[in-house]
Write a protein that binds this ligand. Structure first.
Ligand code: 5GP
Ligand code: ZN
Length: 112
């Protein structure tokens, strides 16, 4: 999508601190980190959010989760949190599917 900032990060139009990239997904540092390690993992394909994903995206979604675990390991994170905000009411502000991979601090559960 032409006016989507995460599509622009995926295609290199907007710079980001990319830590992993392949043909399916991109992982980069969040601009406004909420934890010592805060990485966003996005599919290259524009999908609005998890509710907008379809059956044919199953492999892609699986790849993102496996990439999250791998990246966490590479960052030395034994414990981490993986979050996808779905919809404005849940805190989604960028409407290109992304997973927040966060670690390096304690997280409360239930979350606030
Ligand atoms: P959401 O609120 O949609 O779940 O998460 C969007 C995230 O994207 C926020 O944590 C925000 O800090 C991050 N973000 C927004 N714009 C940019 C950007 O241009 N570059 C990077 N690296 N992160 C961004
Ligand atoms: Zn997009």
């Amino acid at each position: 999508m032409s006016d989507c900032i995460f599509c622009k990060i995926a295609n290199g139009e907007i710079q980001a601190q990319i830590i992993y990239q392949d043909e399916d997904l991109v992982a980069f540092k969040d601009l406004n980190p909420q934890a010592p390690s805060h990485i966003l993992i996005i599919p290259v394909k524009h999908i609005e959010n998890l509710a907008g994903a379809q059956e044919q995206d199953a492999l892609l979604l699986g790849k993102i989760q496996l990439a999250a675990a791998k990246i966490a390991k590479e960052l030395g994170l034994k414990d981490f949190r993986l979050v996808a905000n779905n919809g404005k009411g849940a805190g989604q502000s960028v409407f290109h599917l992304h997973y927040h991979l966060m670690g390096g601090r304690r997280f409360l559960w239930p979350a606030g």
